[in-house]
Design a protein around this ligand. Structure first.
Ligand code: ADP
Ligand code: MG
Length: 767
């Protein structure tokens, strides 16, 4: 209407005045000066022209050249200058929440505003934006979620997909969706941004979209490979390494051996060099640079462990002259800010970083980079339908990228802790996530977005996943009741698509709601989403003696209550006593913590019970969010008492856990071996006798051998009643039907609940 148009106009002019006022202010001018110095500025006009003339543009440029902070801003500014500001809506996606937050804050500051004015952000579970927000930074997941309710992205004028070279599953998925959307929204602009140079791939995917490269300036970085580092100590690698013949394992072994032999030397060479140099900062790449000290370690704890080690041993000299910081995904944003700060004079900043600092975060004053060449990568073994979590070599592109983090403000040095020939054997680019992860959530989303046949849809991807992976995922969704035989979304499936967690966790929550034990199930689901709060008593052990499987057991929480290691003193056993369940142990530990009022006693509780206070807090806050999301489904009462009528019943909790985790079921064959239903695969689970015939588990992980992670022992009857369509045959003769039922109905509370709610449940699933 005319009135609305008028209002829009007025707002646009207001925005223009505001922008102009800021740019003319003293601080604004200073900021503008800085921004004009960035490489992207020189390309500003050609970028804007290309965007206005083409529906899709691919932009590449070295990290730090100004893609993320500048390009969306150029678009916003030019819209505002043209007095169209109030009508534009720019969405810029980031693969990680931490970068969405950091970048939006930076852009707001560059515009002389607070977050939530023209610039905002939205990540899962939090966000800051206002009614005037025209430029929104969000995670890819958030945009996908929006597409769920708003297929055509109504009102959105520009979509910028950042860091596309990372090829996360969500990003690849989003590209298919956008490709399908573009013809229906000819005005919509799509900009793809990436740090590395495989722009052609994306350009040709979008029918030859124009590519713009932002040439960047970096200072030279001297590169040292392992042999160079070792040579300084007079050590040489075995001559003529025939790398072509080496598989990854061999490469790794080789690195390990050379490390072992010259471990102290390498560590000290790197240290000495870094010590001697009079520079302020360097960055150590972990998520495996720890390999410098302990080549076997993997996992997110690496950084903290390395940090402790460096601190404890004064490896870096006078602690007053060193600012040692960690940088990883689960870090709080207040902590995060520290890594950007300049240290005081005479203090050296050291940042221990995960992959995260590879592209999405720019720490300007890095001069040295130590690159371990590894990243922890999830992969997926479609044949065995098993996810794997292994440290693997990064790609050439990633190694280059890491190297490039030095030399941003002056010339720098990069120490690759692997031989040149190993580098030569790296893949050019990392395998896209779509080709190496289970596809269940993705398939559910495809269905709820009504994209028709899953396999047809996925065949439109930049690189399509294996048929077997797709089949496995579809089969899984059928088994858990999210899809019917004809691959249509069931009522349960529709609920699962709304909930932001993995389908199995969503299903567990829904069952928790129906069976009125919401609180404990929220704890389980949040715990499985965050990480295990049980810490392992590392200091009680001789670190050097730990081998990979120990570490897997300890760090990845593999059936701890059954683990064959001397964890008797571990507090987890106490919590799981008689429970035969990681999940029940988690609930008990969390409840114990929650019941304590004051912070100091909570700390003591954590300390004596080997619990991570930080993780418990994270679980606590995620629980709240999940609660609201569950409430959003309309499946629970406002009244907490009603929704928790059966929360005290651990038997029922076991049942609901089973409902969620099925078909992740293993049979306890004898006291040593557990065999999964489908593959009859041996699963290492320790020696302890379990008085139950089955285990439901959260994850089966392949590391050398197969491990179960987070499991609960269940009876025949629970497997039968809650474990989906378990037929007698499948239960492999173990299910004594009659006896099982009898036992089941001996527990009056469960029987009553079950009978009373069975109707309700069927109704939900049938709709
Ligand atoms: P790209 O996306 O191309 O990697 P960015 O747009 O993220 O680059 O960053 C461009 C430049 O802006 C960086 O080189 C840095 O100088 C500056 N910058 C980015 N974020 C911040 C920040 N939080 N604080 C200070 N300067 C920043
Ligand atoms: Mg960027």
């Amino acid at each position: 209407s005319a009135a609305m148009k008028n209002a829009l106009h007025r707002r646009s002019f207001l925005l223009r005045d505001q922008q102009q006022a800021w740019q003319e202010s003293v601080e604004g001018e200073k900021m503008l000066e800085f921004r004009k110095g960035l490489p992207a500025y020189k390309e500003k006009d050609s970028l804007l022209t290309a965007i206005s003339e083409n529906q899709v543009v691919v932009v590449s440029g070295e990290t730090g050249c100004g893609k993320t902070t500048q390009l969306p801003q150029y678009i916003l500014e030019s819209e505002i200058v043209a007095a169209r500001g109030a009508g534009c809506s720019i969405i810029c996606t980031q693969p990680r929440r931490i970068s969405a937050m950091a970048v939006s804050e930076r852009v707001a500051a560059e515009r002389g505003e607070k977050l939530g004015e023209s610039v905002g952000y939205k990540v899962r579970l939090e966000g800051i934006r206002g009614k005037d927000t025209r430029l929104l930074f969000c995670t890819t997941g958030i945009l996908l979620r929006r597409l769920l309710v708003d297929r055509n992205l109504k009102g959105v004028t520009h979509v910028i997909v950042d860091e596309i070279h990372e090829r996360g599953m969500n990003e690849d998925f989003l590209l298919i969706v956008l490709k399908e959307l573009l013809p229906r929204r000819p005005e919509l602009r799509l900009i793809l941004m990436s740090a590395t140079l495989n722009a052609e791939l994306f350009s040709s995917y979008f029918g030859g979209a124009p590519m713009i490269h932002i040439p960047g300036f970096t200072y030279p970085v001297r590169t040292h490979f392992l042999e160079n580092i070792l040579e300084t100590t007079g050590y040489r690698l075995t001559p003529g390494n025939q790398i072509d013949d080496y598989g990854q394992d061999k490469l790794w072994k080789m690195q390990k051996q050379s490390m072992k032999k010259k471990k102290s030397q390498i560590a000290s060479v790197v240290e000495d060099t870094l010590q001697a140099a009079d520079f302020r900062g360097y960055s150590v790449w972990t998520r495996d640079s720890l390999s410098c000290w302990n080549p076997d370690s993997i996992g997110w704890d690496d950084i903290n462990a390395l940090k402790d080690k460096l601190q404890a041993n004064f490896l870096l000299g006078d602690p007053r002259r060193v600012l040692l910081l960690a940088c990883h995904g689960s870090m709080a944003s207040s902590e995060q800010r520290l890594i950007f700060d300049k240290p005081e004079d005479g203090v050296r900043k050291i940042v221990l970083a995960t992959n995260m600092a590879e592209t999405s975060i720019t720490i300007n004053d890095v001069v040295f980079v130590v690159d371990c060449g590894k990243a922890k990568e999830t992969s997926y073994d479609a044949l065995n339908n098993t996810p794997c979590l292994l440290p693997s070599w990064v790609s050439k592109a990633a190694a280059r990228q890491r190297r490039g983090r030095a030399g941003r403000v002056q010339s720098g040095e990069c120490y690759h802790l692997y031989p040149k020939c190993v580098y030569e054997a790296f893949a050019d680019y990392q395998l896209p996530e779509l080709l190496r992860t289970p596809l269940q959530s993705l398939c559910l989303q495809i269905k709820s977005l009504q994209f028709g046949s899953i396999s047809e849809f996925l065949s439109m991807a930049l690189q399509s996943p294996e048929v077997l992976s797709v089949d496995n995922a579809v089969e899984y969704l059928k088994v858990i009741g999210a899809l019917d035989d004809k691959e249509n979304l069931t009522a349960l499936g529709r609920y699962l698509a709304i909930l932001p967690m993995e389908p199995k966790l969503g299903k567990m929550l829904i069952f928790g709601a129906i069976f009125k034990c919401v609180d404990p199930i929220l704890t389980v689901v949040a715990g499985l989403s965050v990480r295990d709060p049980f810490l392992m008593p590392f200091d009680k052990k001789d670190n050097a003696k730990l081998n990979l499987s120990h570490i897997m057991h300890e760090q990845e929480n593999v059936l701890k209550f059954l683990a064959p290691f001397q964890l008797a003193e571990s507090a987890k056993l106490q919590f799981s006593r008689q429970g035969y369940s990681d999940h029940i142990a988690l609930i008990r530990a969390y409840n114990g913590w929650k019941d304590i009022e004051n912070e100091k006693s909570r700390y003591e509780y954590c300390h004596t019970n080997f619990l991570s206070a930080q993780t418990l807090k994270a679980i606590d806050s995620l629980r709240k969010q999940f609660f609201f999301q569950l409430k959003g489904t309309g499946l629970i009462d406002e009244d907490q008492t009603t929704s928790n009528a059966w929360s005290h019943d651990e038997h029922l909790i076991r049942a609901v856990t089973c409902a969620g985790l099925y078909p992740g079921v293993c049979s306890v064959v004898n006291k040593k071996k557990y065999v999964s239903l489908k593959t009859l695969e041996d699963v290492n689970a320790g020696e302890q006798k379990i008085p139950y015939p089955w285990l439901v588990f959260n994850e089966k992980v392949k590391v050398n051998s197969v491990f179960l992670r987070d499991s609960t022992a269940i009876s025949d009857s629970l497997a039968l009643l809650f474990g989906g369509n378990v037929s007698r045959g499948e239960l492999n003769g173990h299910l004594k039907m009659f006896g099982g039922y009898l036992e089941f109905f001996m527990n009056p509370s469960l029987a009553e609940t079950y009978l009373r709610l069975k109707g309700e449940l069927d109704e939900l699933i049938q709709e």
